[in-house]
Design a protein. Structure first.
Length: 216
């Protein structure tokens, strides 16, 4: 609540009034006070689909990424994540430095955003988020691993380091994804073009066990 009211880009008095008005709705709603506050914060966002895509990805990541790597991983060339998440500083750590990590402050917000209770208009399908991430990782590895040719230094520098994330967590995302024809096609292509280089790279960088454990 304090982070929401003290947001430097908004009038704190107006924000306090909004919060008080929100709390007054408690007796008329089945929402908890925290759910109402989260809804109030999210209501300021204009592009809900982009918001859901961004937050869904942040939640399902197994290792936090910077805004820079986040956009590279999703292929967001024409979307500024900072603008999509603008006004959400009370629930997200959004650093001005694009090379620093984006993180969520509270686990309860994750529970709120992935739940469809109360017909939550901001709810996301976490399985679908993992599906998107699995597809992204498979595409990235199928196209980029061959270029690395098992070179760890090249792996760490390629695509701003996001290839290493894909190699470590593709299986974890896949194990939590909704299987579809598109995903199966991505997997078949990866089996032909990227699986062997991925295994070789994993062995060289000593994280093959990590890849297997992340599927549990």
């Amino acid at each position: 609540m304090l982070k929401y009211i003290n947001d430097k880009s908004h009038n704190p008095i107006q924000r306090l009034k909004e919060f008080v008005n929100t709390c007054s709705l408690l007796s008329l709603s089945t929402y908890t006070d925290l759910d109402l506050l989260y809804s109030q914060i999210l209501s300021s966002v204009s592009d809900i689909p982009a918001l859901n895509a961004a937050i869904g990805t942040i939640i399902c990541l197994f290792n936090p990424l910077s805004i820079e790597k986040f956009e590279d991983l999703l292929g967001w060339e024409d979307i500024d994540t900072s603008l999509v998440l603008e006004g959400l500083n009370s629930i997200l750590l959004i650093p001005e430095d694009r090379k620093k990590l984006v993180q969520i402050f509270h686990e309860l917000f994750c529970n709120f955003i992935i739940s469809d209770k109360h017909s939550n208009p901001y709810a996301i399908d976490i399985s679908q988020c993992h599906t998107v991430m699995a597809e992204v990782c498979l595409i990235l590895m199928a196209t980029e691993l061959v270029r690395c040719d098992g070179d760890i230094e090249t792996l760490e520098s390629t695509c701003c380091g996001i290839l290493q994330y894909a190699c470590e967590y593709w299986a974890a995302h896949l194990s939590r994804a909704c299987i579809s024809d598109v995903l199966l096609e991505r997997l078949k292509r990866f089996r032909v073009e990227g699986l062997l280089p991925c295994i070789q790279t994993s062995r060289l960088s000593n994280h093959l066990n990590k890849v297997l454990r992340s599927c549990n």
